[in-house]
Each structure stands twice: as structure tokens, then as C-alpha cells.
Design a protein around this ligand. Structure first.
Ligand code: W6P
Length: 358
């Protein structure tokens, strides 16, 4: 009826992307007037982005749209669209605060989208013959890449806006953005977290050595970098641990090198975990070969979206690559079968690449 037509109409409006630099510059003066402008922007922009996703969730190949888990995710998007559209125009700072509370709740509503979609994909996989239906697998992979990329953007915009209301922000922080983030320090924290999880699971964790200037900083979102390095180090620790657990030799450390270039900051995570065959590389970034049994129990997201077990549901690498690409970076994995693996995480240093808007 009328509601779905409104979803269609908003879903075909043009999305507006922002850059890291823009968010940083805009957010550096969180005056009541700027917070009002920010709320007014989101009041228009969020329904456009959310409607697009709701529509796409309704037209997936091979009956994926009709899986109960996917219907539930679609309903979350429709509920959020309705909340946004039924909120009146924002004209003063009282409305502004109410709106901010509302979008904060929208963000919570969508906390478990990734494991819920993983469940839907798993329900679908039972019906698919991977030889015959290969074409659908690729289409679903492309959809999930767009869908999760869009989700990263929506959550960044909401999180950034909400964080700008913090009355006592940490020094050098503009919302989610740390204007002087030390990649070495974030890599150290992420490595400690990954080692702790490895220790819990195997009773042992290889060392992680980090090389690079700890005083070097650039503007970035620490939670994003933490999530990416955590995922890479976890993979490396698992590979080293599994290769050396029955060996007399001491496990070789995982090595992280942080390089500050002109265009990019590159973080290389190297392990001697035996590598993977070249033919297995494309699979690392797919959502559909994952073997986790129950995505919803396997792992639950916290607000900073960090995993809590070694195995996860196999989405860590494709999603880490999306986080890297979101601000104009990338993630590449190169392996020497029989020796080890190098992961290259490139982050764009300039911060002026626009959000990718699927
Ligand atoms: C491996 C497989 C892998 C994937 C991603 C990052 C590091 C590693 N190490 O053996």
C-alpha cells in the first residue's frame, strides 16, 4: 500500500556520501547549530540509504529473500525507515536531541544484522547445489558486499553524530575519529586482544612483534583499525598455532610492520603458519564457504563490533576488507604455500575519498 510506495520513492533518491576529512572538519565544531544541521542531514539521508537496502533485501535470487532470517532483517530496515519518516522536521535543539536518541536506538536495532544474514545464507545453502547454482552464489556474494558496505556507512554516520553529543570528548577525538591515531598503538591493543583469545582457545599464543614508529599518527577511526588488525592477527595466530602445536620447535612470532607513506599507511601482518594454496585464496573473501554452524550463537557483536572467538562465522576477512575500502583503503592477502602468509592492509592517509555508496 502507500508505505511500500514511499519506500520505493526514497529508495530511488540519490545518496550523499561524505569523506573522513569532511566528518572530521565538520565535527570539530559541534555547536548546537552544527548538531542541528547534522541531524537535518541524517533525517533526509538515512531513509534514502535504508530504503535502498530494504528494497534490495526483497529481490534476492534463489528465494533468499523469503528465508525467515532475511525477512527479519528486512523488517528491521522497514521499522527504521518508518521511525525516520514519521519523525517531524527538525527545527530546534529539543527536536534535535530527540532525533539523536531515536537514531541511537536504530543503531541498536541493527546490531545483529551480520549474524542474522549469515543464518539466512546458511538456510539457503541447504537448497543450493554449488556446481549448478554457482552463478547465484556470486550474485549473493556481490549483494552481501554492497549490503555490508552500506551498513558500515550508516553506522559510521549515526555513531559519529551521536558521539558528537558527548559533553566531555577525549583529547584529539572528533566523534569516532581520532585525529592523532597511532597505528602502532592500535595494532598493539588489537594484537593483545587476539593473543588473549588464542590463549583461551589453545592454551598458548605465539608472540606478536610490531615494527614501526609508535609516535607516528594520522586521522582515522580506531575501532575500525582495531577490528581489522584483530581479525588479521587472529588468522595468523591460528595458522601458526595449528602448525606448531605438535612440534618441538618454538612457534615463530607473527610480525607486524607499520609503514607511513605519502598516500597510504600500510600495515603488513606476516605469519609462518604454512600458508594456503593459491587456489584457496579467492575463498578467503567469500561469505558462502563459511563453515560455522550457528552464526547467532557463535559470536555476538558488541557496540564496537568486535568478535569474541577464534573461529567467528567466517565473515571476518570480507568484512575487514569492506572496512578498509570504506575510507579508500584495501586489504590484500598473499600466501607462500608451505611457508606462511602476508596480509597487506592499506589505509588511505589523505582521508578525502568519498564513501563508496552501493
Ligand atoms: C593463514 C591464512 C590467513 C588469512 C588471513 C590472514 C593471515 C592468514 N594466515 O594461514
Amino acid at each position: 500500500k502507500g508505505f511500500m510506495e514511499e519506500v520505493q520513492r526514497w529508495g530511488s533518491m540519490k545518496q550523499t556520501g561524505v569523506s573522513l576529512r569532511y566528518m572530521m572538519e565538520f565535527g570539530s565544531r559541534p555547536t548546537p547549530r552544527n548538531l542541528l544541521i547534522s541531524s537535518q542531514f541524517l533525517h533526509k539521508e538515512l531513509p534514502i540509504r535504508i530504503a535502498r537496502r530494504a528494497i534490495e533485501l526483497d529481490s534476492l535470487p534463489y528465494g533468499l529473500s523469503h528465508k525467515p532470517a532475511v525477512l527479519k532483517v528486512r523488517d528491521w530496515y522497514l521499522d527504521s525507515f518508518r521511525d525516520l519518516r514519521s519523525f517531524p522536521d527538525i527545527e530546534d535543539n529539543n527536536n534535535e536531541l530527540e532525533f539523536t536518541q531515536m537514531i541511537k536506538l536504530i543503531k541498536v536495532r541493527h546490531n545483529n544484522v551480520v549474524p542474522m544474514m549469515a543464518l539466512g545464507v546458511q538456510q539457503l545453502k541447504k537448497d543450493l547445489n554449488p556446481k549448478i547454482d554457482y552463478h547465484y552464489l556470486d550474485e549473493i556474494h556481490q549483494f552481501l558486499d554492497r549490503f555490508y558496505m552500506s551498513r558500515i556507512g550508516i553506522r559510521m554516520l549515526i555513531g559519529q553524530h551521536v558521539a558528537l553529543h558527548d559533553p566531555s570528548p577525549l583529547p584529539n577525538c572528533v566523534g569516532y575519529i581520532h585525529t592523532k591515531m597511532s597505528p602502532v598503538e592500535v595494532a598493539r591493543n588489537a594484537s593483545e586482544d587476539a593473543r588473549y583469545i588464542c590463549l583461551k582457545e589453545y592454551g598458548y599464543a605465539p608472540d606478536v612483534n610490531i615494527y614501526g614508529d609508535p609516535n607516528f599518527t594520522f586521522p582515522y577511526v580506531p575501532t575500525h583499525l582495531h577490528l581489522m588488525v584483530f581479525e588479521l592477527v587472529k588468522n595468523s595466530l591460528r595458522a601458526v598455532q595449528e602448525r606448531f602445536m605438535d612440534s618441538d620447535k618454538v612457534a615463530p612470532p607473527v610480525r607486524i610492520i607499520v609503514a607511513d607513506g605519502v598516500e597510504d599507511v600500510t600495515i603488513k601482518v606476516s605469519d609462518e603458519g604454512g600458508g594456503i594454496p593459491r587456489s584457496g585464496l579467492p575463498r578467503l573473501f567469500t561469505y558462502l564457504y563459511s563453515t560455522a554452524k550457528n552464526p547467532l550463537n557463535e559470536q555476538s557483536e558488541t557496540d564496537v563490533e568486535t568478535a569474541t572467538t577464534m573461529a567467528g562465522y567466517g565473515y571476518g576477512l570480507p568484512i575487514s576488507r569492506l572496512y578498509a575500502r570504506y575510507f579508500g583503503g584495501d586489504l590484500q592477502i598473499i600466501s607462500m604455500e608451505g611457508y606462511g602468509t602476508d596480509a597487506y592492509l592499506h589505509l588511505s592517509r589523505l582521508g578525502d575519498s568519498q564513501e563508496p555508496l552501493p
